[in-house]
Design a protein around this ligand. Structure first.
Ligand code: AMP
Length: 529
């Protein structure tokens, strides 16, 4: 016997229908790369997405075809998310910061049929066109070309229907080794993920919310914001350029209450505010994720009255995994302890399950004791099962997915990330967290960026060294930095050497590339080795 309730397919086109019907006049503002601005509404976004669906059908796009974008955050990109899924296609957001070989690989692997792109990325198109073998149509967003393309359509059509398990979106995640891997989201997983994002501890949206997402639409599904924001009917303010002065001005003028970005975004905002005396008086909710938020960042935002949601997730988890939800005793805790909690990666929302297993042997599930660190595994309805076109599942028989992160889970379920499995440093049989060393180091006033890597040592196997980029105009010696670290980490964790460099290598998604850094220091010899 089945339950007797309605068969309402969990397809993401319902989300835009809802936004247009219930929040139709709520604005979507875009500040374009050329400095101009435009305004539309959720009703306008839906109308344009329907017109794009008609235009795509005229190009011969079929259900299941991949429609790619190479674009920053703006209203036409948002239209394309819904237009692509509306035709029954799969939206493939490409990260323009990837290297050419990766760009070639992912568009061909995805078998993209159509590519919509910003004029700013024309050089990438010109370079890559001969290497992209499946793209039949290139459509530029700028100079009226997108409007011309959909301009002949009237929007009098319906969305493609189908199974809620149909794919709707494809995002590639570029590991530090091997080819990027595709994560193929379903309508159902995306719908459930959008609803989860509406929890106060995650996006904290209500009818008054005005969100400027700095997280790009091409990274990790933009944390689900284009879906979740529509479900909540919030006002979006997009900026097609990520310049701190532009963002600050926009946030103040449009009275932005919510923003989301990786820690480096907040860092550049702080630098701008310090230099100009600007502030963000209307901001009250900041989502920080993608890499660990340093303590001073959380503290500064909290002191300014901003609620910080320090979130952990991955492209493979849609990406919401955890967020810094308040604990039951939050209101009784002193400020310092509240910051301690926010500095960790928080707890799961309903739907996500986490566990840590031993790093040394296969399978042993570790206690949630706040001490024992292990390989972090995750499962849930919006967690990957199998990479796109892979011939076997990425999960075990019980659906656990190995995140590649190393973590401790506290008795109350709080997740504390300590490293990546490939980056932990093993010294004398014990693990040293490179991330904790880095987080401690960036608290030093002279340190702009720091990365810890393990160097071969004949006695200890590996010992850490710390690679540091100094802030302009501020000096410090290696010894001063070691003395500072000694106040924050165990003595045997102290790096054997501190090396100053002009730059630290980054991946296409802006994370420190430990692999490239290790390559740079391949022949490095420790003084006592
Ligand atoms: P991506 O799929 O590119 O978003 O990368 C996911 C990875 O980013 C995770 O596996 C973590 O290693 C890292 N990450 C994401 N959020 C956090 C966070 N709040 N703190 C530390 N690392 C994070």
């Amino acid at each position: 016997m089945l339950g007797a309730m309605q068969d309402f397919d969990l397809r993401v086109t319902h989300i835009i229908d809802h936004a247009a019907r219930e929040h139709g006049t709520r604005e979507i503002v875009t500040r374009w790369a050329d400095g101009s601005e435009s305004r539309t509404t959720w009703a306008g976004i839906r109308h344009d997405a329907l017109r794009m669906t008609q235009a795509l059908r005229k190009l011969g796009v079929q259900v299941g075809d991949r429609i790619a974008t190479l674009a920053m955050n703006h209203s036409r990109h948002l239209v394309s998310w819904y237009g692509a899924v509306g035709v029954g296609g799969v939206l493939h957001t490409i990260n323009p910061r990837l290297f050419d070989d990766q760009l070639e690989y992912i568009a061909n692997h995805a078998e993209d049929q159509v590519l919509l792109y910003d004029k700013a990325f024309q050089p990438i198109i010109d370079r890559m066109k001969p290497r992209w073998t499946t793209i039949r149509h290139y459509i530029c967003y700028d100079d009226g070309q997108f409007e011309d393309w959909i301009g002949g359509e009237d929007g009098q059509t319906t969305w493609a229907t189908g199974d809620e398990r149909d794919p709707c979106m494809l995002c590639y995640t570029s590991g530090t080794t091997g080819n990027p891997k595709g994560v193929l989201y379903q309508h159902r997983s995306t719908f459930l993920h959008a609803i989860t994002g509406l929890q106060p501890a995650i996006f904290d949206f209500d009818a008054r919310s005005v969100m400027l997402p700095v997280v790009p639409m091409f990274h990790a599904a933009s944390w689900g914001l284009p879906w979740g924001g529509a479900a909540a009917g919030i006002k979006f303010v997009f900026s097609a350029v990520n310049d701190a002065a532009v963002l600050t001005e926009l946030m103040n003028r449009e009275r932005v209450t919510h923003s989301a970005g990786v820690p480096t975004v907040w860092l550049s905002m702080f630098q701008h505010m310090d230099a100009t005396g600007a502030s963000l008086p209307t901001l009250r909710h900041a989502i920080i994720g993608g890499s660990a938020a340093p303590r001073f960042m959380i503290e500064r935002l909290m002191k300014a009255g901003v609620n910080v949601a320090h979130a952990w997730g991955m492209t493979e988890t849609s990406p919401i995994g955890t967020t810094g939800a308040k604990t039951h005793d939050w209101d009784d805790l002193p400020f310092e302890q509240q910051v301690d909690i926010k500095q960790m990666q928080g707890r799961v929302p309903f739907g996500v399950e986490l566990r840590c297993v031993s790093l040394d042997g296969p399978g042993e599930v570790l206690p949630r004791d706040g001490k024992t660190s292990g390989a972090l595994q995750v499962r849930g309805p919006w967690v990957i099962k199998r990479y796109f076109k892979a011939d076997k599942d990425a999960t075990d028989a019980e659906q656990w997915f190995d995140t590649g992160d190393v973590a401790v889970i506290h008795p109350d379920g709080t997740l504390q990330l300590t490293d990546r499995t490939k980056d932990v440093i093993k010294s004398g049989g014990e693990w040293i967290s490179s991330v904790e060393l880095e987080n401690a180091a960036v608290g030093h006033p002279a340190v702009a960026e720091a990365a810890a890597i393990g160097i071969y040592h004949p006695k200890w196997d590996e010992r850490p060294i710390l690679v540091v980029v100094k802030k302009a105009g501020v000096d410090a010696t290696a010894e001063e930095i070691r003395n500072y670290l000694a106040q924050h980490v165990a003595k045997w964790w102290l790096p054997d050497a501190v090396e100053f460099v002009d730059d630290i290598p980054h991946t296409g998604t802006g994370k420190i590339s430990k692999k490239d850094l290790r390559d740079r220091f391949r022949d490095y010899k420790l003084a006592d080795a």
